[in-house]
Design a protein around this ligand. Structure first.
Ligand code: G3I
Length: 344
């Protein structure tokens, strides 16, 4: 899987790279293993096209918070070292997420006060640790964190953070993160914000509430796991507008795109490929044109090759092609569309 398995016909050769075409950072996800592994194609493409990275899993709580007051930052450190050596910004993902709680903490037998102290200690220790790596010009390599991920779900409300700390666990986590690093950008990150206006409104209400109570927050991550037909561009544009009207930074933080949800295709037809190209173009141009430059934190893709994507497992469909590169690391029409959208 790690060697370049195929050459595409016809070969697509873009006229420019993503990072030189965008006026904001363009990101992709990494793992420490992949950055140090034998797959040179991955690193070559990453370094050529992208200038921001997010750890797909290595900087989540379940990976780093290994026991009471005990942290394992080794994989995150390897990612940060790679970023520093190769000129990438790192976006930290994610401090608090109901789907990434280590078992020992989920089943913690201490009191609620002791539980909260563990979470506070973790947020502060993690943010402080990752604030240490600096670029040659003195900025932090880790520029930002998703402080809380996916709060507005029933699952989050059933999880230990909400149950043991209380509804204000959100504002407490943002406050702890700010105490640990006065400069790092603090994000709230969630899915379906481009399609679900009610949920997007809950986020804007949260931001207003934070502002009224002097709780720090710098940005909103719209995950952007979209489909080639959904959400429609009008809804997407109006939700992006709603969120950017908070004045906060906007990150398209996990962009990918299903094209075969009904499983009717066995290969990516040229017709579907063109539809995906058009849609990626619209998304790049929507971000570029709707969000004021000073609020453009960047666009991060959730995967490099189609077959790397979490969506193949999640949708139980090996015939899904959500990303900009095919399984042979070849550029797809989707890439060309996205590039066109950046310039448009
Ligand atoms: O590392 C183990 C491996 O040792 C084991 O053999 C294998 C067996 O299942 O599991 C491996 O861990 C998996 C891990 O990905 C690494 O591949 C976990 O089971 C699996 O749950 C985990 O899935 C990740 C998921 O978040 C849950 O953390 C996906 O890779 C990752 O793409 C996905 O990303 C999330 C964002 O963080 C938040 N937004 C939604 C997005 C998609 O679900």
């Amino acid at each position: 899987m790690d060697s370049k398995p195929s050459v595409q016909n016809p070969v697509i050769t873009p006229s420019a790279t993503l990072k030189e075409s965008a006026s904001f950072p363009i990101g992709n996800i990494v793992s420490a293993n992949r950055l140090s592994g034998s797959d040179n194609y991955f690193r070559t493409l990453l370094n050529k096209e992208f200038n921001s990275i997010t750890a797909e899993n290595d900087m989540k709580m379940a990976a780093m918070f290994v026991g009471p007051n005990t942290y394992d930052f080794s994989k995150g450190d390897a990612i940060v070292a790679y970023a520093k050596a190769n000129g990438f910004r790192v976006h930290g993902h994610a401090l608090i997420w109901h789907a990434s709680i280590p078992n020992w903490l989920k089943n913690y037998s201490g009191t609620d006060v002791e539980f909260e102290a563990q979470v506070e200690g973790y947020v502060k220790a993690t943010v402080a640790h990752f604030a240490e790596a600096k670029t040659t010009t003195g900025e932090s390599v880790v520029a930002s964190w998703d402080v809380v991920n996916e709060h507005f779900t029933n699952d989050a409300e059933a999880a230990v953070f909400y149950n043991r700390i209380g509804p204000d666990y959100l504002s407490k986590c943002f406050t702890w993160a700010r105490e640990a690093d006065p400069d790092v950008k603090l994000f709230y990150n969630d899915y379906s914000l481009g399609s679900n206006t009610e949920k997007a409104t809950k986020v804007t209400n949260m931001v207003t509430d934070f502002k009224n109570n002097a709780i720090p927050i710098d940005g909103i991550g719209m995950q952007m796991h979209v489909d080639y037909q959904y959400p429609d561009l009008t809804t997407l544009t109006s939700n992006v507008t709603l969120l950017k009207n908070t004045g906060l930074l906007i990150h398209f933080s996990e962009l990918d795109m299903t094209v075969n949800k009904d499983k009717s295709l066995n290969s990516l037809t040229s017709q579907r490929s063109n539809a995906q190209k058009e849609r990626y173009k619209n998304i790049a141009s929507l971000y570029t044109n709707t969000i004021p430059e000073e609020q453009q934190f960047g666009i991060t893709f959730w995967g490099m090759r189609d077959n790397d994507s979490w969506l193949l497992n999640f949708t139980n469909n090996p015939n899904e092609w959500p990303l900009l590169f095919d399984s042979g690391y070849n550029y797809k029409q989707a890439f060309i569309g996205f590039l066109e959208g950046l310039n448009n």
